[in-house]
Each structure stands twice: as C-alpha cells, then as structure tokens.
Design a protein around this ligand. Structure first.
Ligand SMILES: [Zn+2]
Ligand SMILES: [Zn+2]
Length: 272
C-alpha cells in the first residue's frame, strides 16, 4: 500500500514540476518577443495636420509640406486658397497693404521689374533685399541706394526671383501698394482693382526662362480667380513715371507661355 501511495505522490509532484517549468518558459517568451498588438498599443499615434486649402485632416506623412504649411494634394498646393494665398509661394507678409474698396474683385494684373540694389541680381542672390524692402526692414548700411528708398512704403502681391521662385506678400483679396498714381483706360488708382507682379530684374537684362514659366503658372491660377483678368505693364498705366517691365520683357513669349488671348493684352504684344 505504502508503495502505491509513494508512486502516486511521485507522479503528482513531477506533474507540478513540469507545469511550473512550462509557465516560466511562456512568461520568458512573452517578455522577449512582445506581440505586435502590444507594440502598437504603446507606440505614439501619428500626428494629424490640416490642409491649408481645404482644411481636411490628414496624417503628417501623407501631406505635402512647404514652409510650415501642409497640403492634401498637388492640386491644393498649387492653387490660390479661399483667403487669397498661393500655396506653393513663400509667404512673406508685407505691412504695406489695405483693403480693396467695397471688396472689389481684381480684374487687372500689372507686371513690374525690381532689383535691389540696382543690378544686384547679376552678381549675387539679392531677392532677400526686395523682401526686406516690402517688409520695411531694409538695412540702409548695406548700400547707399537703400538709404534713399528705405522710407518708401511699397509692396506687391507677388515677386518672381531670377530662379523663378514665387514669393507672396499680400493676399490677392487685399490691395498691395505697387502701381502708385496710375490710370488704366480711364480708371484711376489701379491698386484698387489690380494684382501687382514684380519680376526680379532691370531694364537692361533679359528675363530668365524660369521667370516666364513661374509667371505663366501664376497667371493660370489668377485666371481661375477671375477669367476676365487683363494684363499690362507698369509703364502702360503710369507712362509719365515708369518704364518697367521695359523693352526686354517679351510680351510674345508671355502670351505663348500663358495662352492668354490678345483681347486681354490691351496694349498689345510689341516691346515697349
Ligand atoms: Zn486640401
Ligand atoms: Zn513698377
């Protein structure tokens, strides 16, 4: 009898010993290789961002990014948004602006040229000085010409650098201070109803190919805003005071690049 009792006790003890060992192994395995579900639960969820154009929420990794802004698609990145800002331009807000009278829709684009200091773009990247000028931040110690102009309060909606980079200073819905005393076919104060576009350059140098390309891209977006938009040079609306964009701005090339109809170029295609 005693022999049987000892045998049963032996079997029970060895069963318990095996069970313990199995459990210990299972715990060890769990700590060594956590299951994927557990790993997911402890990791950070991806941050969501807002498309600047349509305000849809999307994960950061799906967004197109420019400066500190996000876009859900190329279509929205390249468009002018509901507040009058072009997605793929650099935004450098100018204080030199005010509201359009009775919120009128602009129906004219005015092409200018600008170079700071004069001819500066030929030897260096100088577009930052134009940004500084439009933001009333021009460092007058850099060049004697800057002292002359630093107190002027001017701006444009857009600047196209020699490399074809677009910079926006004022919403298309607001008035930028680019045209000055001016008259378009009998309508005075062109700033009230126009969009100002500065090309980095001067009257003695041909404009760069990427500048025409950027201008064409910008015109396509402006035309979506107002299909009736007409285009002139600054000298067309202020002939006594201004010569820009000048004889070297190629209006024929501009028309070819934009596909704009001749009726929307009331001063024609000849150089002037
Ligand atoms: Zn969007
Ligand atoms: Zn001008």
């Amino acid at each position: 009898m005693l022999k049987w009792l000892l045998l049963i006790a032996g079997i029970v003890l060895s069963c318990l010993w095996f069970k313990d060992k199995k459990q210990a192994k299972a715990v060890k395995q769990e700590t060594a290789t956590p299951k994927p579900a557990m790993a997911k639960a402890v990791s950070e969820p991806e941050a969501m961002v807002l498309c600047e154009f349509c305000k849809v929420h999307l994960p950061t990794s799906d967004a197109l990014v420019i400066e500190d802004r996000f876009y859900c698609s190329k279509e929205h990145l390249y468009a002018i948004d509901g507040r009058g800002w072009l997605g793929d331009a650099l935004w450098r807000i100018s204080p030199n602006q005010d509201v359009r009278p009775e919120n009128i829709m602009p129906d004219l684009a005015v092409v200018h040229h600008i170079s700071l200091p004069p001819g500066g773009f030929k030897s260096q990247v100088s577009s930052q000085y134009i940004i500084d000028f439009f933001q009333n931040n021009l460092d007058t110690s850099v060049h004697p010409y800057f002292e002359e102009i630093a107190s002027q309060k001017v701006s444009s909606h857009f600047l196209i650098t020699r490399a074809g980079k677009l910079i926006q200073f004022v919403s298309t819905q607001n008035k930028a201070w680019h045209a000055g005393v001016s008259s378009f076919l009998g309508r005075e104060k062109c700033n009230d109803f126009s969009i100002g576009i500065e090309l980095e350059g001067d009257g003695d140098t041909v404009f760069e190919e990427p500048q025409y390309q950027a201008l064409a891209k910008l015109m396509a977006e402006l035309n979506k805003m107002n299909p009736q938009l007409q285009v002139v040079g600054h000298s067309d609306i202020a002939p006594e005071r201004k010569t820009d964009p000048g004889k070297l701005f190629d209006w024929k090339k501009f028309q070819k690049a934009t596909g704009i109809s001749s009726e929307k170029l009331p001063f024609g295609l000849d150089s002037r």
